[in-house]
Design a protein around this ligand. Structure first.
Ligand code: NAP
Length: 288
């Protein structure tokens, strides 16, 4: 399959390029090829090039990035995916778009399935929710993949940061009053393969299974425990619990309760793996 893939210099796109390479032909759609805020250039590129699948992890992917350049954030995060979805619908080519747990209503504790209410509290979440709706309105055959706290990607996620800090002897800390769920880049890729084979469409939560939502502090403790279990530290290193209120940027810009339940993957019978098991696999990889 010829896969046109945006965001290949980023964490998720970079991982997917490596993952699919070998089985598929990857055509990277980088900023150098097309600046996604240039609507005409994007349309022209998509009309003039041949591909069997378009995958769009490209985004302005932080709340701060979106708030610094709100107009650009809207064009890159909403207009560009809408153009991609429209052209894929016209040519009957599958389209996968990425989104985030930050679209959810973060006020109530507990897991959120795909049909849970959305109420983003920052511009990043608002643009991503607008993108989900725009993509599925113009192309109901599209697949929208919400992910959260991705580890094992092409960049440094929270897991890799904690592992590095342990290696470098840096004291550990984690925010204890914000909850979500880690997702493995490899498991995201496996789920996408599965959804493509099944010809699935619509919105999916691509995350791991868990018995309860996880805070960053709990996540860091799990990494420290896994590192100790494989003998890299004599004890489980302590992790200082911080509060969002102590960290102004988090207090003003991040929703609190956004742990996603991968309900539709479960319904399909996809073997969603437990976050602690997958985390240990990644820690063992990093230790090699
Ligand atoms: N990583 C996570 O933990 C996480 C969590 C929740 C949701 N997500 C979602 O998953 C997707 C992928 O996230 P990520 O972590 O891989 O993001 P990332 O590391 O920030 O990568 C973003 C990518 O988008 C590209 N891009 C941004 N603006 C562009 C523009 N104007 N024109 C062309 N390319 C542009 C960047 O290219 P340049 O290098 O040229 O800037 C980069 O390749 C996003 O939709 C994000 O919202 C990720």
């Amino acid at each position: 399959m010829r896969i046109l893939l945006t965001g290949t210099s980023g964490k998720v796109g970079g991982y997917l390029a490596r993952y699919w390479q070998g089985n598929h032909e990857i055509i990277p759609l980088t900023r150098q090829q097309v600046e996604l805020s240039d609507e005409e250039a994007l349309r022209k590129y998509l009309h003039e090039n041949d591909f069997d699948l378009l995958v769009n992890p490209a985004a302005i992917s932080t709340p701060e990035g979106c708030e610094q350049e709100p107009t650009l954030a809207h064009v890159v995060n909403v207009t560009a995916p809408e153009i991609m979805a429209t052209i894929c619908a016209e040519r009957k080519t599958p389209f996968i778009h990425f989104s985030t747990d930050y679209v959810l209503d973060g006020s109530e504790p507990g897991f959120k399935s795909e049909d849970a209410p959305c109420h983003p509290n920052n511009l990043y979440g608002k643009t991503k929710l607008a993108s989900e709706r725009a993509v599925l309105a113009v192309n109901p055959q599209a697949l929208v993949a919400r992910v959260s706290w991705v580890f094992g990607s092409a960049g440094e996620g929270f897991l890799e940061k904690i592992f590095r800090q342990i290696r470098e002897g840096i004291p550990l800390e984690g925010v204890a009053d914000k909850y979500s769920l880690p997702s493995s880049a490899r498991e995201i890729a496996h789920a996408l393969d599965y959804l493509l084979i099944k010809n699935e469409r619509g919105l999916y939560h691509l995350t791991q299974s868990a018995t309860e939502p996880v805070s960053w502090h709990r996540y860091a403790v799990e990494v420290a425990t896994a590192v100790h279990e494989i003998g890299l530290t004599p004890d489980v290193l302590p992790v200082k619990a911080r509060q969002m209120a102590e960290i102004p940027v988090l207090r003003t810009h991040r929703p609190v309760h956004t742990a996603m339940k991968p309900s539709r993957l479960h319904e399909l019978g996809f073997p969603v793996r437990n976050w602690q098991e997958v985390l240990r696999e990644r820690v063992r990889e990093l230790a090699k």
